[in-house]
Design a protein around this ligand. Structure first.
Ligand code: NAD
Length: 256
């Protein structure tokens, strides 16, 4: 393949370390010639994100905690200054308190529900709202979701509700932004051992079950997600919007 993303400026949010799905996505995008802007959530992860991002030439590194509107405003202004035009936005962010990711969903607290939905679902819209005006040549927005949006899965609990809201947001945003030639899609990835996954109780048994039952008999690798994200960011996917693509070795088609 040539340089499918030559001359494209893409915002990648959600790198925490080298196991992050966002990091694999960044590598696939950079391999096709994209210029990237990375964000970090807080000073706690800044150094780690900076070290990784600096391995990709010409990257921009900016702070942004998605719960703070002013930080997203500042991010959009910095992107305008650095890039002028933006072509892509990768959203790979989620959070729920550990205690909400075990036991019964019915026990979810009001503030735990609000927090999980704010960071994991609303943040897509909050950022899209501020960056789509920079996509003056058309654009592609994508986010990361999980099967727990479609099915009640053990321990996924409030995150399943947040992912369902996120998947509905994909459709509403796609409908709004299509008139500006901006596409909005999601990737529903199979379980992958990352920092975020550590919060989910019994994660190892979920991985084992996928290995046994997925049609391709293996778990998902971040590079598989990275390459699909690259496709979604590129002109190859120009006819696709409002869609959720499963990159899970087929696990979602299996009955019990
Ligand atoms: P990860 O922990 O590497 O990434 C989660 C990211 O969210 C981190 O970079 C973290 O800094 C960021 N984040 C959390 N709160 C934030 C805030 N307030 N402001 C800004 N950033 C914030 O884990 P990951 O598995 O790479 O997760 C990326 C996405 O993929 C998430 O949406 C997750 O739900 C989704 N996903 C993961 C799996 C899996 O099994 N790992 C499967 C399907 C979907």
């Amino acid at each position: 393949m040539g340089q499918l993303l030559e001359g494209k400026h893409i915002l990648v949010m959600g790198v925490a370390n080298d196991r992050s799905i966002a990091w694999a996505i960044a590598q696939s995008l950079a391999a096709q010639g994209a210029r990237l802007a990375f964000t970090y959530e807080s000073e706690r992860v800044e150094e780690r994100v900076r070290k990784l991002a600096e391995t990709i030439p010409n990257s921009v590194i900016l702070p942004c905690n998605v719960t703070v509107d002013e930080e997203i405003d500042t991010l959009a202004a910095a992107l305008k200054e650095q890039f002028g035009v933006l072509h892509g936005f990768v959203h790979s962010i989620a959070f729920a308190r550990t205690e909400e990711l075990e036991g019964l969903f019915v026990d979810t607290s009001r503030d735990g529900f609000a927090l999980a939905n704010d960071i994991s679902a609303y943040s897509l819209t909050a950022v899209a709202k501020r960056v789509y005006p920079l996509m003056t040549e058309g654009g592609s927005i994508m986010t990361m979701t999980y099967l727990g949006a479609e099915r009640a899965m053990k321990n996924y609990n409030v995150m399943g509700i947040a992912k369902a809201a996120l998947e509905a947001s994909i459709r509403y945003l796609a409908n709004d932004l299509g008139q500006f030639n901006i596409r909005v899609n999601g990737i529903s990835a199979g379980p992958i051992r990352t920092l975020a996954a550590k919060g989910i109780k019994d994660f190892n048994s979920i991985l084992r079950q996928v290995e046994e039952k997925a049609p391709l008999r293996r778990t998902t690798e971040t590079a598989e997600v990275g390459d699909t994200a690259m496709f979604l960011m590129s002109n190859l996917s120009r006819g696709i919007t409002g869609e959720v693509i499963h990159v899970d070795n087929g696990y979602h088609i299996i009955g019990v």
